[in-house]
Design a protein around this ligand. Structure first.
Ligand SMILES: [Zn+2]
Length: 111
């Protein structure tokens, strides 16, 4: 019977501040990264146009906090990678647009 319990390793990274997102967006542009939504909600494909590498980034909410995970080597090592950063920026904008659309749709008719 094990006497020590190793903390569970999870490839999750809490999403970052708007300021960090802005910097990440700059890095993404410099790194020639291209973000596309996939057919899964909250999943994005990030393509590095310099070398053709593709990674998948997923976002999820746990205990009220938002997390992301990436399939690249850095992401697997629980590090905040540039793919995650750029996909987070895209995701935040997309969700904001969706909320706004829903808000407008729920507005009572002004007439
Ligand atoms: Zn990554």
């Amino acid at each position: 019977m094990p006497t020590t319990s190793k903390p569970e390793t999870r490839t999750v990274i809490e999403l970052i501040s708007a300021d960090q997102l802005a910097k990440a967006t700059e890095r993404a542009k410099a790194g020639n990264l291209f973000v596309q939504p996939t057919s899964f909600l909250r999943q994005y494909r990030v393509v590095n146009r310099d070398n053709g590498n593709q990674y998948y980034v997923d976002f999820f909410v746990r205990n009220g906090k938002r997390y992301g995970q990436c399939t690249c080597k850095a992401g697997m090592n629980n590090r905040q990678c540039k793919h995650l950063s750029v996909a987070a920026g895209y995701h935040v904008m997309r969700m904001a647009a969706k909320r706004e659309a829903e808000r407008i749709a729920l507005m009572p008719q002004a007439a």
